[in-house]
Design a protein around this ligand. Structure first.
Ligand code: TMP
Length: 208
């Protein structure tokens, strides 16, 4: 059986990594083989690119950012995601190409069709079966970002940037209602995890 590819999206501090870990634990406990990845990163070259993207010079251009994100993605798709799916694994990825659409497109203001062309080159036909968009209010994201000891190039952006990210994610959910499922990430962790589980369970049933 072919695997299933599930991606997680959302703004800074929405709780993606915690929820991915919990979901992976539950899926493994139910006997599934699970591969957990993050973007940018997930391969040796991808992790080096991640370091540059998050902590590199301030003057990195939006175009360079787009290409680096997608260089990491091209490597991840071919080196890890495709083989894992071919083995029938459930691949959980913390961010994927929707982040480029939203951050480099809506956020940095690059032309949407140009961003799409770069994404298409990077991923080919490796596309998520399901995307969970974890939503929190901008004020919550700001509070959580303020608590972090170290700030990266993205977290240091101004409020207008994050307002555009919020708008970008809303537009994404509207444009892909069959694939992108919005999860209200404000309630307590267990409630959010239950909503995630319900959505994933439906997707797994469809693939059986
Ligand atoms: P994170 O892994 O801590 O969420 O950091 C990744 C950062 O990179 C986050 O601010 C979103 C940003 N990003 C993009 O701008 N474009 C992309 O395509 C991806 C994958 C991430």
């Amino acid at each position: 059986m072919a695997g299933i590819f599930i991606t997680f999206e959302g703004t800074e501090g929405c709780g993606k990594s915690t929820h991915i870990e919990r979901l992976a634990d539950r899926l493994r406990a139910e006997g599934h083989s699970v591969c957990v990845l993050r973007e940018p990163g997930g391969t040796e070259s991808g992790e080096a690119i991640r370091q540059l993207l998050k902590h590199g010079p301030d003057n990195l251009t939006p175009e360079a950012e787009l290409l680096l994100m997608n260089a990491s993605r091209a490597q991840l798709a071919r080196e890890v995601i495709r083989p894992a799916l071919a083995e029938g694994q459930i691949v959980l990825c913390d961010r994927f190409y929707d982040s480029s659409t939203v951050y480099q497109g809506t956020g940095r203001g690059l032309d949407a069709s140009l961003v799409q062309q770069v994404i298409d080159l990077a991923v080919g036909d490796t596309r998520p079966d399901l995307t969970l968009l974890l939503q929190i209010p901008l004020a919550t994201s700001e509070k959580r970002r303020a608590k972090r000891k170290e700030t990266d190039r993205f977290e240091a952006a101004d409020r207008e940037f994050f307002e555009r990210i919020e708008d970008g994610y809303q537009a994404l959910a509207k444009a892909h209602p069959d694939r992108v499922h919005v999860i209200d990430a404000r309630p307590p962790l267990a409630t959010v995890q239950a909503a995630i589980w319900d959505t994933v369970a439906v997707a797994l049933k469809k693939c059986e």
